[in-house]
Design a protein around this ligand. Structure first.
Ligand SMILES: NC(=O)c1ccc[n+]([C@@H]2O[C@H](COP(=O)([O-])OP(=O)(O)OC[C@H]3O[C@@H](n4cnc5c(N)ncnc54)[C@H](O)[C@@H]3O)[C@@H](O)[C@H]2O)c1
Length: 378
């Protein structure tokens, strides 16, 4: 099969970048959109010239081989399971799910059926992630001993018109943002061995200030919003992670890693590009640009690009796997490992002892530059 027919469920905020990007990748053809809210599907279908279906109609179509699940985290697992049950591959937005046992069953179900599951984020395969991986694998900064990760802001209610789900179980800064950072770290360092963490909640409610019908409404906060964690990796590296939506401003970088020969600053893993910085011994920082590499150029928003946003790369990787058996890096197993780590960060152990991580996966395969370029349709 040279081309996978692509369907999409969930025509909300993030769907535009997928609908824009899918046709730019090799072996993918958009064949339908749907949403539980028919007007949302109609609007995106009209804008991107894609047929509109109900969810059931879309799942019943023979010309759709893979379905992108862009629903809200609470229903990711149920929707992904429905997609697998009708014999189609799944690519889900993050997180894979909220319940670890159910997510594990789903990954097993896909394996049993010989279907692929991919789960965002795929940003770590962008130019910034690939160059960081190469510099570390080449030994430029030596063995990574430790590092820091900071994901801090004052939440999403100032820009997202319907931010309620961010403050429910399965939301919060860890489930929402840590998949980017954990995928990036596992790509660079291999899997996590155990987690220690303290979780707190800064504010009992939030007021929506984004424009829209919910502006001025209160949202109850039902999940911790500040976590201080220590991630111990199998490699021996110890990474401090601070994730919070209770912080108005800070001066920390997204990811800094400290090696035996020097330090490396990994670009923000929320995006696909950005400059990598390295420093050896007592020398100065050196900037390594990525804009000329595949998936490094600024491309989004379309009218005034200020970031590299190649979401859908993980779907192109599934198409390549189905076509030629190439490795899948943005995999269900990676997302399951990340989910287990996130649950450990948010819930911890009641007695404060480290939470051992059971899902041990190999470090994702390197994505060579030629292979990255070959994923594009042009
Ligand atoms: N908004 C972003 O910038 C962003 C960025 C990265 C990832 N994500 C992730 O993408 C997902 C969607 O986020 P969003 O911001 O687009 O949310 P959204 O609320 O704007 O859109 C979600 C859409 O899914 C639909 N939906 C909900 N349940 C459904 C069901 N059972 N069947 C069919 N449709 C259903 C809703 O009607 C809605 O149109 C989330 O998992 C989020 O974490 C969002």
């Amino acid at each position: 099969m040279d081309t996978l027919g692509v369907g999409l469920i969930g025509c909300g905020n993030i769907s535009s970048i997928y609908l824009n990007n899918v046709p730019t990748f090799q072996g993918l053809e958009l064949r339908g959109v749907s949403d539980i809210a028919p007007e949302a599907a109609k609007a995106q279908g009209a804008k991107y010239n894609v047929p509109v279906f109900t969810v059931d109609e879309l799942l019943a179509r023979d010309d759709i081989d893979i379905v992108i699940n862009l629903t809200i985290p609470d229903v990711h697992l149920a929707v992904s399971m429905d997609i697998l049950r009708v014999g189609k591959h799944v690519y889900s937005e993050k997180p894979l799910g909220i319940d670890f046992a159910e997510a594990k069953k789903m990954v097993a179900e896909a394996d049993k059926r010989g279907l692929c599951i991919g789960c965002a984020p795929d940003t770590f395969l962008g130019a910034g992630g690939r160059l960081s991986r190469k510099l570390i694998d080449d030994g430029l900064v030596g063995d990574i001993l430790s590092g820091t990760v900071f994901i801090m802001s004052h939440g999403h209610e100032h820009w997202h018109p319907n931010p309620g789900f961010f403050y429910k179980h399965g939301g919060g800064p860890v489930f929402d943002m840590c998949p980017y950072y954990i995928h990036a770290l596992v790509n660079l360092l291999g899997p996590v061995k155990c987690v220690r963490s303290i979780a707190t909640t800064g504010f009992a409610e939030r007021t929506v200030s984004a424009d829209g019908p919910l502006k001025g409404k209160k949202v109850a906060v039902e999940t911790p919003t500040t976590m201080h964690a220590l991630l111990e990796f199998i490699s021996g590296a110890n990474i401090m992670l601070g994730a919070s939506w209770d912080v108005w401003a800070h001066g920390h970088l997204p990811i800094e890693l400290y090696g035996t020969k020097g330090s490396i600053r990994v670009p923000d893993p929320n995006f696909f590009g950005g400059a990598v910085e390295t420093l050896i011994g007592r020398e100065d920082w050196v900037k390594h640009q990525t804009a000329s590499m595949p998936m490094g150029a600024l491309n989004w928003p379309l009218d005034k690009p200020d970031r590299a946003n190649y979401r859908s790369l993980g779907i192109a990787e599934i198409a390549a796997k189905v076509r030629s058996g190439s490795p899948q890096r943005v995999s269900g197993n990676l997302a399951l490992h990340t989910l287990e780590v996130m649950i450990a960060i948010v819930d911890g152990n009641a007695d404060g002892t480290p939470v051992e991580i059971a899902t041990q996966i190999p470090q994702p395969a390197v994505l060579a530059e030629d292979d990255a370029q070959a994923l594009f349709a042009v």
